[in-house]
Design a protein. Structure first.
Lengths: 373, 373
């Protein structure tokens, strides 16, 4: 393998594949990046066994392709070296004793390579009819649901986001069993086959960091135990979580005893301040109580002090609500709504609280109340 | 105590005193801030026993002083509360049962107060003839020396910066016994008394974070076991480290066998890249070797690979040098020089390396070589 390439181009692609290397030292080959130079251009590949990333630099972006070939080299070192080199033409050449020689005008590095045959197969494949989504929309879906995922490994299915595809409907659900986020999307192209899969949330968070373009689309190729995402010159595979995702559809009520309309900033800031006098050990509990067009938000830590916040609310009827909830969960749900006005829906103090924005029903946030009254 | 004050003004001053509260929970009173409201204005105070901070808000910046008085309240809570309140007028009032009532249009907090009599004396005093330094210059002194301080508690005197004042000369020295930074300053006002004190580096780093103004001066009031700094409306006291600082003056040679002039960027970037193939466990050792107008900088980790960097140097004679040193120490020394050209001075491979900038002799950086050849 021998080529000449501009530093910034190589670095951009190393920045993608570096996210696929393993940070554990269990199998050293998984800390490596594979280079594959062909007549078409340069492929870079990484995998940690759970996700795989492959990216492509077209020959028109490579100054010179001298000799085709493949090498496998430490991901961390090659990435740091290329990152610190000046933005000049870099020569990369495989030399005897399976070493990679990297040089510019004033710098020359030699890195020991690993055996190409030991590098695992990335298992990237595609199907005929992928799901197609706009990248910006895809990022929004993840950002509006991922935070509600469970961080505990007790129930592995809850550490992922459930993607349910039926015809033209995509429904994404995350829950840690105390709260729930559901986002519904109409697909532009109807799916040929229905799917119901669970994608690890941490891998989706890595995936959206690879996305640069708000205009371009992303293809989602779904298989029995994996999903392959393809966008621009990047391909990323993630394993699926096996198991059955709980049916959460019955949790969302069809009617509400009371609906409040509140300003996003008023609600968020008041809860943010009230949460100052809450404890993690006490589930960050705050109380919420309406009294005509006012809602009082209060909390206390007996040895420190107490707080009472007042916000204006618009009610759909004259009933009142008195309820308690986790202030951190509520703040994350409000943030996900991304809307200047918010609807809060209640069915009494022991039933779930539902949050929506006032513009659409696409996104539903649900929080279980805490019994204190 | 009762007053009305704009949120941003109170917050600015809480941001100062919060740096003085203890982060340990050994004596809860040290986690508190003391408020003292007088006819002149509001004083805020904090101390962790090692440093003390006092700041003053003049009455002209307070909307209304209702009742004078003193309270002591949890620093962390009052700071977070004021920080999260909107930029409106805040009412602060001491109410019965020694509580502090804080309220704005929509928020009301009650915080439990501590006993004012338990709050320690800050021991702030002043002498007639303080040392006076420009704030920007003071920050520069600290930034150019502090990094060379020892982080190990084995020799406590090395965890501080030595300030030696003789007449109009101030000399600041830091060393961890592997490297040394010395900054010399001519004072505008000759000191009445000579001093030789050791100020804890971590406290100096806190002090320079309190400084906002590059134009204004700072007063340094030196006592037997403490130093009191005064600038704008802020007073900060720090204890001194007791003990005798080592005499480092003989370490700086008067003549050099070889002096090199190099470009800052060339040298820094080359060492930065070469340091990629070094190990902390191996003291980040890199080799430096001249050959006519070229210097080669090299390093290697046998199982990973090796690197050789080339830079152009200007020599004052035809002798050559071949030496090894800690690349991290060298990079920190270069950064402190803040100059586009740098002088490197050598007296053979086992004698200290001296770095200066080409404009002045005010700042000397010394690094001991590592014997490898």
């Amino acid at each position: 393998m021998k080529l000449e390439i501009k530093q910034n181009i190589l670095l951009e692609h190393l920045n993608y594949v570096i996210r696929g290397i393993s940070t554990k030292n269990l199998r050293p080959i998984l800390n490596c990046i594979k280079f594959e130079l062909t007549d078409e251009g340069l492929y870079l590949m990484s995998t940690d066994g759970d996700i795989s990333i492959k990216t492509f630099i077209d020959k028109k972006n490579i100054k010179k392709i001298d000799t085709k070939g493949e090498i496998v080299v430490s991901g961390r070192y090659i990435h740091e070296i290329i990152r610190k080199l000046p933005n000049e033409i870099i020569n990369l050449e495989e030399v005897i004793d399976s070493k990679l020689y990297i040089n510019t005008t004033n710098s020359s590095f030699t890195l020991n390579c690993s055996n190409v045959n030991e590098f695992p197969d990335l298992e990237l494949e595609f199907n005929q009819n992928p799901i197609i989504l706009n990248q910006k929309l895809f990022k929004t879906i993840i950002n509006q649901t991922a935070f509600a995922t469970s961080v505990s490994e007790t129930r592995p299915v809850l550490t992922g986001i459930n993607f349910k595809i039926e015809g033209e409907n995509l429904e994404c659900t995350a829950t840690d069993s105390y709260r729930l986020a559901v986002k519904k999307i109409k697909l532009e192209n109807k799916a040929k086959e229905n799917s119901n899969i669970i994608i690890p949330t941490k891998n989706l968070n890595e995936l959206i960091k690879l996305m640069n373009s708000d205009e371009e689309n992303i293809e989602m190729h779904i298989f029995a135990n994996k999903v392959v995402f393809k966008f621009e010159q990047i391909i990323m595979m993630t394993r699926l979580i096996s198991g059955t995702y709980p049916d959460t559809s019955k949790l969302i009520p069809e009617t509400y005893e009371l609906t409040l309309k509140v300003k996003y900033d008023d609600l968020y800031d008041a809860i943010d301040r009230a949460s100052l006098l809450t404890n993690e050990s006490d589930k960050n509990t705050i109380k919420f109580e309406t009294n005509k067009e006012i809602a009082l938000i209060s909390s206390n830590i007996p040895e420190i002090g107490n707080v009472e916040e007042k916000i204006t609310v618009e009610k759909d009827n004259e009933s009142e609500i008195k309820i308690a909830f986790n202030s951190k969960f509520m703040m994350e749900a409000i943030k996900a709504l991304e809307s200047s006005d918010i609807k809060l829906m209640f069915n009494g103090e022991i039933k779930p609280i539902i949050l929506k924005n006032t513009e659409s029903d696409d996104l539903i946030q649900l929080i279980l109340p805490i019994r204190t009254y």
